[in-house]
Design a protein around this ligand. Structure first.
Ligand code: ADP
Length: 460
């Protein structure tokens, strides 16, 4: 802080004083050289330089008595000196300025010595190209020096006040911003130490408050993501633990039962096999979900929805027959959508599989599809079943990961609670939409809206 004040003082004092001093010297140069030149020009009118001629010029020009004026002949001998106290008339005044003037040059020098500006100016008196004499003016100016000194002390006083006020303002700003930046840093440090609930509260409307607001928003998002991550990890481990515990129990039973009959072993092994299938399904779906986080829009391509629905219904025909459910495909012809091909397969497969799974004996699953024209052409697909239905209060949750309305029933049907989460994620990534309507005991309809695509299949 002290260094800043001192530097400020030096800068404020040095440059203005220097400028005033240069200004005075330059005005002195103009004034004295002009005077010397005018004087020598009048002297050039005379054929010879005599004291009388010079006195005439002095009177004509009304030259200043306060400046010492010498006129020499071509050899440096003083013909005229206006000093009444110690006249140099008749002596040789071979001062460097006079010598230079006798060589034909105009000369000016000025030095500043605290109490006065001491200036010398000399100009030659020419006859043709020869100097027949020289005019020399000596000026000792205490007035301008006093002016410069008073200006300097005024500048010093003003700059001192400015420096003190500036330093105080600077100090205040440093403390103020230091405190605010400190708050920001502490918030960021606390967040990087893992405290996701840390928030920064800064008063005011400046940029730092905006940074704090942005930080708080980021912290909100991070906290939410962290909560979801924890929930996901705990759900996933719970889901994986259940089949693993069953496998352990079943294998222990085989190992610990003496002389266990072959049929019982087969029964246990079939159960173990089912649990392994469940584990495989869960891990496959978890992998699909993690991959979904990285799906990019450049994987979108025109897909033939009719062909895909036919493929899936053919594949699930046996499941449907086994569950005594009728599958009906009522899609309009020639429906093309813009989607990721694998993604579209998973969306339709999961919806149709659920419609069969959560149906009743003798029930029906109807698939309808049609095109909707608008600002952006869309294709709608509905999967309607006559199954058990979903209670209204459960509807907002069915797209959450691991959410199942009836855990036992879902497990018994080989469910993982991840199918609809995958459907929703795919649709979110590919600019699609899903809606559900359900009446308990009567059935459920899922309606998917997709971007319409051009009628041509691009080979990947
Ligand atoms: P799951 O693997 O358990 O079927 P999903 O994510 O596919 O998981 O579905 C979540 C839950 O939504 C299911 O457990 C089920 O309770 C309910 N559900 C999904 N589709 C239907 C449907 N068509 N009819 C009735 N309930 C359904």
């Amino acid at each position: 802080m002290l260094i800043t004040v001192v530097t400020l003082l030096l800068v404020l004092n040095f440059y203005p004083a220097q400028a005033v001093r240069k200004l005075i010297i330059s005005s002195k140069e103009t004034e004295l050289l002009e005077r010397a030149r005018t004087f020598s020009a009048t002297l050039e009118e005379f054929t010879t330089l005599t004291q009388e001629n010079i006195l005439v010029s002095v009177q004509v020009l009304d030259l200043d008595e306060e400046q010492r004026i010498l006129v020499t002949d071509g050899f440096g001998s003083v013909i005229y000196d206006n000093s009444k106290v110690s006249s140099l008339a008749g002596t040789y005044a071979l001062l460097p300025d006079i010598v230079a003037a006798l060589e034909g040059c105009d000369v000016f020098r000025c030095r500043y010595g605290e109490t006065a500006f001491i200036s010398d100016a000399a100009s030659p008196v020419m006859k043709g190209d020869k100097a027949i004499g020289a005019v020399y003016i000596y000026d000792y100016d205490t007035e301008q020096a006093a002016f410069l000194n008073s200006t300097r002390s005024n500048i010093f006083r003003i700059s001192l006040v400015l420096a003190v006020v500036g330093a105080a303002a600077l100090g205040f700003l440093m403390v103020y911003f230091g405190k605010r930046v400190g708050q920001l840093v502490r918030g960021i440090q606390s967040m990087s130490a893992g405290n996701y609930d840390s928030r920064i509260h800064l008063q005011g409307q400046d940029e730092l408050s905006q940074v704090a607001d942005e930080f708080n928003e980021l912290a909100d998002r991070l906290q939410k993501t962290e909560e979801l991550r924890r929930e996901f990890v705990s759900n996933a481990s719970h889901e994986l633990k259940t089949p693993l515990a069953s496998i352990k129990l079943l294998s222990d039973s085989i190992l610990q039962t003496r002389d266990i009959p072959r049929e019982s072993v087969n029964e246990f092994l079939t159960d173990i096999n089912e649990e392994i299938d469940r584990l495989t399904r869960i891990t496959e779906r978890l992998l699909q979900l993690t991959k979904l986080d990285y799906v990019s829009s450049d994987r979108m391509q025109p897909c033939d929805l009719n062909g895909l629905v036919k493929k899936i219904t053919d594949l699930l025909k046996e499941n449907a027959a086994h569950a005594q459910v009728e599958l009906e495909n009522q899609l309009e012809e020639d429906l093309w959508v813009l989607f990721d091909r694998d993604g579209l397969y998973q969306v339709v497969f999961n919806l149709v599989e659920n419609a069969i799974k959560y149906n009743r004996k003798g029930g029906k699953v109807v698939l309808k599809g049609w095109k909707e024209t608008g600002e952006e052409d869309r294709v709608c697909l509905t999967v309607q079943d006559t199954g058990i239905g979903i209670p209204e209060e459960e509807l907002p949750h069915i797209f959450e990961r691991f959410y199942r309305v009836d855990k036992a029933r879902s497990r018994e049907k080989g469910g993982t609670g991840l199918g609809l989460a995958i459907v929703a994620d795919w649709l979110k990534n590919a600019g699609g939409d899903i809606q559900v309507e359900s009446t308990l005991g009567e059935g459920t309809t899922f309606r998917v809206t997709l971007l319409a695509g051009p009628c041509e299949e691009v080979t990947p």
